[in-house]
Design a protein around this ligand. Structure first.
Ligand code: OSB
Ligand code: MG
Length: 357
């Protein structure tokens, strides 16, 4: 799916989203799960073609071998396979969606949503110049986005943050995301961001370094939020206990599914830490479930739950739209509450594999 504009991060430039969808065909109806793995293993070790292969060879056969199963069985049945959380999440989501549709219950209701709409933030890529960045941010603020996240990397950090803060004022909810582009040797640059009143700095250091994040937390005032480092509720507990972060970006795909994501929410709430719902440039299918999760009570910061048109000219579902109040509505229909539009799905599909083959 072509993106409406290139999206540049410290790990690469995306111009299109290669999407792997899982459809669970059950006697009671279908369910859908979107795998968030990207086309290349730059954000995480998983990638879309690899996820398709691990599903086909190792994960789906374990589910078929189990016979009758429900959504609560999926993670346990797949647990012997190491890693591959994004692939596992797509399977669990498809099973959960089918099961909820058959029961007539929505994702939001099942997960424990307490709101019918969620505040929307937007993640703004690295640009070629500061004027181009200011124009992009101005455009998103005109549309109503309530919070701006700037992607940063060494050489694109203090100056773009200063420019956005000066242009749009102190009331703008502003945060940054480094996607692991810095080391502790950059602590002085990261401390220079302290003067700009940021809500948080997301994943400044490497994903496997909780201890260095804890050390950095003692050197800067901006709260640290972790994304790539948190692959499970256990990781979240470790990070919070170590003081590696005060805030967690919850991405269900990264942690193996919506049930594990809810555990992280519950754990963070018990710990008094904030969580917010991240994004992986999802289509309307993944977005529907993310927006439902973001409606849980502990999701106290706006998420990367932007409207469909921030990403795609044509979404796979009816588009998610930004309300005049800068919120996105939580679907209320059974399961995800949205379906793929058959013609759009057919036109975008490059290959289909039925399992068991
Ligand atoms: O680090 O949060 C991230 C997109 C792809 C991979 C990683 C990240 C992102 C984003 C965009 O920041 C979030 C979105 O709007 O979906
Ligand atoms: Mg991130």
């Amino acid at each position: 799916m072509p993106l409406v504009a290139p999206f540049r991060t410290s790990f690469g430039i995306e111009t299109a989203r290669d999407v792997l969808l899982v459809r669970a065909a059950t006697p009671d109806g279908d369910g859908w799960g979107e795998c968030v793995a990207m086309s290349e293993p730059l954000y995480s070790p998983e990638y879309a073609d690899g996820a398709a292969q691990v599903i086909e060879r190792f994960l789906a056969p374990r589910l078929f071998a189990a016979g009758d199963l429900g959504p609560l069985d999926v993670a346990r049945l797949l647990e012997p396979v190491r890693g591959h959380r994004m692939a596992k999440a797509a399977l669990e989501t498809a099973v959960l969606d089918a099961w909820l549709r058959a029961r007539g219950e929505s994702f939001g209701s099942y997960l424990g949503a307490v709101r019918d709409r969620v505040p929307a933030g937007v993640s703004v890529g690295i640009m070629d110049s500061i004027p181009a960045l200011i124009d992009a941010v101005a455009g998103y603020l005109d549309q109503g986005y309530l919070r701006i996240k700037l992607k940063i990397e060494p050489g694109w950090d203090v100056e773009p943050v200063r420019a956005v803060r000066e242009r749009f004022g102190d009331d703008l909810l502003l945060q940054v995301d480094a996607n692991a582009a810095y080391t502790l040797a950059d602590a002085r640059v990261l401390a220079a961001l302290d003067g700009f009143g940021l809500l948080l700095i997301e994943q400044p250091l490497a994903e496997d370094d909780l201890r260095q994040h804890a050390a950095l937390a003692g050197m800067i005032r901006t709260p640290i939020c972790l994304d790539e480092s948190i692959e499970s509720a256990k990781d979240a507990a470790d990070a919070l206990l170590l003081g590696a972060c005060r805030i967690i970006n919850v991405k269900p795909g990264r942690v193996g599914g919506y049930l594990e994501a809810r555990r992280i929410h519950d754990l963070a709430q018990a710990h008094g830490a904030a969580v917010w719902c991240g994004g992986m440039l999802e289509t309307g299918l993944g977005r529907a479930a993310n927006v439902a999760l973001a409606a849980l009570p502990g999701f106290t910061l706006p998420g990367d739950t932007s409207a469909s048109n921030r990403y795609f000219a044509q979404d796979v579902t009816e588009p998610f739209v930004l309300g005049p109040d800068g919120h996105v509505a939580v679907p209320s229909g059974p399961g995800l509450g949205v379906e793929p539009l058959p013609d759009v799905l057919a036109a975008l599909t490059t290959s289909t594999t039925w399992l068991p083959a």
